[in-house]
Design a protein around this ligand. Structure first.
Ligand SMILES: C[S@@+](CC[C@H](N)C(=O)[O-])C[C@H]1O[C@@H](n2cnc3c(N)ncnc32)[C@H](O)[C@@H]1O
Length: 249
């Protein structure tokens, strides 16, 4: 199955790279702190990072004592930055789609993925493939855009404010219609896939996983100093869904 490779688009790549070059983004203020809290002990363990992008996390895993890290990404541009800036002899970067991970020959103690799963169409196959790649006792830890964010067809989701300008609610639609969404982010036509919360959890359970933690992170009030109103907005609806699951047998 071929999936979209938007991160190799020149305009998209430039916009995304600029976003990640500061700490004024939702990754740093909201998603990464929550993911780090849920990381299992990876000292002496092997890690696979799906959609590893610039490789920030791959290098962090080595610093935390991982014995071997494999980062895969569909984008050559993302991997070329990763190889230049976040390299280590224990890290192997591979240019491949996560739809092809059944071709990997090694097994891992942790399969990690930060904000990449909403780009892939067939989550049921992905969950089964990840389960096969894990050693007994191994973990899957991933974040993705929350289903409230991926739901709306046509992109007309928005926050609502009261007469004093305070955020009060969030409007979205099409939650009950899983499938492809064409969205705008730096460029038109960025493809994402909407799955209901129940679809995600059921796929993981059907693959054999036991769910350890489900997290919808909220920021620290201080995050407002970096991103105005992030605290208020995240009280209304979550932006990310994080799941930690385990293979016991
Ligand atoms: C939002 S970025 C996150 C990058 C990195 N995980 C991080 O948190 O810094 C999403 C990444 O997923 C990658 N990606 C999207 N679809 C993919 C696929 N089917 N297989 C592998 N990587 C994919 C993109 O190229 C991009 O590098």
């Amino acid at each position: 199955m071929s999936e979209q490779n938007m991160y190799d688009n020149e305009v998209f790549f430039k916009g995304y790279k600029q976003l990640r070059e500061t700490d004024l983004n939702y990754n740093v203020q909201l998603e990464q702190p929550a993911m780090t809290k849920l990381l299992p002990d990876i000292s002496g363990k092997t890690v696979l990072d799906l959609g590893c992008g610039f490789g920030y996390n791959c290098l962090d895993f080595v610093k935390r004592g991982a014995s071997r890290v494999t980062g895969i990404d569909i984008s050559k541009k993302m991997l070329s930055e990763a190889k230049e800036k976040n390299t280590d002899e224990k890290i192997k970067y591979i240019n491949m789609s996560m739809t092809d991970i059944d071709k990997l020959k090694e097994k891992f103690d942790l399969v990690y993925s930060s904000l990449a799963f909403h780009y892939t169409e067939d989550f049921e196959s992905l969950a089964r493939n990840i389960y096969s790649l894990l050693n007994k006792g191994g973990y899957l830890l991933f974040s993705q855009e929350h289903p409230f964010i991926t739901a709306t067809i046509g992109g007309h989701q928005h926050y609502n404010k009261d007469e004093n300008g305070n955020y009060t609610s969030f409007t979205f639609s099409n939650y009950g219609q899983p499938g492809k969404r064409d969205t705008y982010w730096y460029v038109e036509g960025v493809e994402k896939y909407h799955r209901r919360f129940s679809d995600i959890i059921t796929a993981l359970c059907n693959a054999g996983f036991i769910i350890d933690t489900v997290c919808e992170p909220v920021p620290n009030e201080k995050a407002d100093e970096k991103i105005p109103f992030i605290f208020e907005k995240e009280q209304i609806k979550p932006t990310f869904l994080i799941v930690k699951a385990r293979k016991y047998n």
